[in-house]
Write a protein that binds this ligand. Sequence first.
Ligand code: AMP
Ligand code: MG
Length: 270
Amino acid sequence: MVRTEVHRITSGTGFRLADHDPRSTKAFDGDKAAALEHQARCNARLEALQEAMYAEGRQRLLVVLQAMDAGGKDGTIRSVFDGVNPQGVTVKCFKKPTEAELAHDFLWRVHPHAPGQGEIAIWNRSHYEDVLVVRVHNLVTKPVWHRRYHHIAAFEQLLVEEGTVVLKFFLHISKDEQQQRLQERIDNPAKRWKWNDGDLAERQHWDDYQSAYEDAIAATSTKTAPWYVVPADRNWYRNLIVSQVLVETLEAMKIGMPEVDPKIASIRVE
Ligand code: AMP
Ligand code: MG
């Protein structure tokens, strides 16, 4: 059993990031080997549930992934969705905004990538960058980023009320873990392509980012669009939690096969 609810935030009241240990494994009693086994089962289940969802073509799921640099967003997508049919699943990475994007309101670029019927949309970074990096670097004034919390909450409520299930994951790593992972990108030639000089500069703002994450999560956690603060120093635990939440969520969506015309059963293909 995986008690994912221990990592779920449904209200911002009293939320403190410091209360969440990036090395915690408290939702699962087994060891790494047991977790890998459990995750493999989740993965098979996810494959089946996603296929049913695509076939049914009625429901929508949005998965938002946020993390500090080297927090494991890419690895989570690779591992959790391994073997899932890419048809019906989209991954959208949100990078530095283009000129056209900056010429619009901050939600303009994300909304077209919300999932359609039967689809799972995964956002690798998201509209939350507009209250994270934008806040840390004063890219807009405080009154502007501050009012975005309620714009974000309202936007997500719109998605939910129009029938989209919204899940948000903060992959929570420690500062020491980030140091090791960034160093690994330098030391391991196979990982060097991930190196980005900007990551060192961003690391200098660690505390500001943690405060920005804390405020964003506190301001936008609701029962219908919850955050999961996923302990992410251990990849196997992070993958276990995200996989299990996806399976639980899809199961709760009660996906049914589409209704087919009963006459089809009597057709003979000559
Ligand atoms: P990566 O995810 O490593 O490819 O990096 C993408 C970069 O784009 C990160 O440094 C983000 O902080 C940055 N980014 C994403 N969204 C925004 C935004 N709305 N404003 C400024 N920078 C952003
Ligand atoms: Mg990066």
